[in-house]
Design a protein around this ligand. Structure first.
Ligand code: DLL
Length: 432
């Protein structure tokens, strides 16, 4: 379902003109209100009236996570504090968090883009949204909350965790939409199955899953085990939170709400803008954000923009599901490895669960990569031969994909720590 046909199906030319107008206003605003941007632009000799169309965006400076840290906590705010109605932070666990400020207008935009995302997975005012993203400083909980309210659906603000209770509420409240991280969703499936729940008999029909990388195979697994339509939702605190974009029912990329968030792809090494279709780092400009506007923010997320029109009728630009982050990418014996590649293989293998961890160690000069993956109950009761076969298959498939030797260790069911939010997939014990 398309929530806002006028905005989501804007013809190409009108969209470009609209984006250009917003960019002109944005530049003026950040130059006048944020000393950081004024200095940056003065240093680069950029006048705020330089922009005449969206194509001029290429001439503007980038903003990095370090810039935000240097201006922590409120140095990047473009409005006085009495206009800020809410503050959120990124879910990062190390160092100072990254801050997002919201005016009333920002919350209004957030509600609008989140309504688009939830509607894309079929949410209407008749639905019951079980929102298992964490409430609090993390943007997941309240972002979904605002969108569901805008649609007029019934929100169940259960937040993350307390998994047995989640299953009970799912059954008793007849929740039709589930929102949480994909790893937590699989954990819900596991606990529900143990409790003897038949998900196919529940009214659950769809879910918006995101906040961490996941694969198409993991989608299939979630859809099979919970009997629902599983769509990818993307976002980050710095830009708005969840709601930057969502897949539609055609599952061919995340539609970015590009009347609010302007995306570009750059080469992370050279910062050069890459043409549509090429893989690189996603850069986003917040065209309408009032409290914490950002020019060309380097997200560190790796993806590509997908040219062409989607069958759903939306004209918004699509991006491939996030392949990893520039800072998540492991370099193992010189080869770039993304955890999502390993997950893609594991989900296709009989007898193992998509619960895994990648352990990196250094033996002398060589990196050793070992994948710990849980067996399911069936495999564990199998003969040694069955276990060896499963282990060999995983190793062969991963080695042929990555082109490097890896170790595989099958571990007992339910021994890999479950997460209520974002899963921790990599344990890097190398001291470099
Ligand atoms: O994770 C916002 C969010 C909440 C998105 C709920 C979707 C659903 P942060 O904590 O600031 O915000 O983390 C942002 O998470 O830069 C990506 O690396 C990653 N991420 C978010 N969505 C996806 C996704 C929220 N669908 C960081 N696929 C981003 C892969 C994702 N990675």
């Amino acid at each position: 379902m398309i929530w806002n046909k006028e905005k989501e199906m804007l013809p190409e030319n009108s969209k470009k003109a609209h984006q250009g107008e917003l960019l002109k206003r944005l530049i003026r605003r950040v130059y006048d209100k944020i000393p950081f941007y004024q200095d940056r632009m003065d240093d680069a000799g950029i006048q705020p009236d330089l922009v005449s169309s969206i194509a001029d965006i290429k001439r503007l400076p980038f903003t990095t996570k370090d810039d935000l840290r240097d201006n922590y906590p409120f140095g990047m705010f473009a409005v006085p504090m009495d206009h800020v109605t809410e503050i959120h932070t990124s879910s990062g666990t190390t160092g100072k968090p990254v801050i997002g400020g919201y005016t009333r207008g920002d919350i209004d935009v957030w509600s609008e883009v989140m309504a688009r995302c939830l509607a894309a997975s079929g949410t209407t005012e008749k639905d019951v949204v079980q929102n298992a993203y964490g409430y609090g400083l993390f943007t997941g909980g309240l972002g979904v909350h605002y969108g569901a309210r805008r649609i007029g659906a019934t929100v169940v603000p259960i937040s993350g965790g307390n998994t047995k209770r989640q299953i009970m509420i799912l059954q008793d409240f007849k929740s039709t939409i589930l929102t949480c991280t994909p790893s937590y969703c699989l954990y819900l499936a596991e606990v529900g199955e143990q409790m003897g729940v038949d998900f196919s008999s529940l009214p659950l029909k769809a879910g918006n899953f995101g906040a961490e990388p996941w694969s198409n195979n993991m989608r299939k697994e979630i859809e099979r085990r919970l009997s629902l339509l599983a769509l990818d939702i993307y976002g980050l605190t710095e830009i708005i939170g969840p709601g930057v974009g969502n897949e539609c029912e055609y599952k061919c990329g995340v539609h970015i709400c590009d009347d609010h968030f302007y995306p570009e792809i750059i080469d992370p090494e050279t910062s050069e803008v890459l043409p549509y279709g090429e893989v690189g780092e996603l850069v986003i400009t917040t065209l309408t954000r009032e409290a914490t506007p950002l020019l060309r923010y380097r997200t560190r997320d790796i993806t590509r923009l997908i040219p062409g029109q989607c069958e759903c009728g939306r004209t918004s630009i699509r991006m491939e599901r996030i392949m990893g982050r520039t800072d998540d990418m492991l370099i193992v014996r010189g080869v770039n490895v993304f955890p999502s590649q390993i997950e893609e293989v594991l989900v296709n293998i009989e007898g193992v669960e998509p619960h895994y961890q990648i352990v990196l160690e250094r033996d002398g000069a060589l990196d050793e990569l070992e994948i710990h993956v849980e067996m399911n109950e069936r495999l564990i009761s199998d003969e040694i031969k069955g276990l060896e076969q499963a282990e060999r298959k995983i190793r062969d498939d991963i080695e042929s994909m990555l082109g490097i030797k890896v170790g595989v260790r099958l571990v007992e069911p339910k021994t890999i720590a479950r997460s209520e939010g974002k899963a921790k997939r990599v344990i890097d014990k190398r001291t470099l």
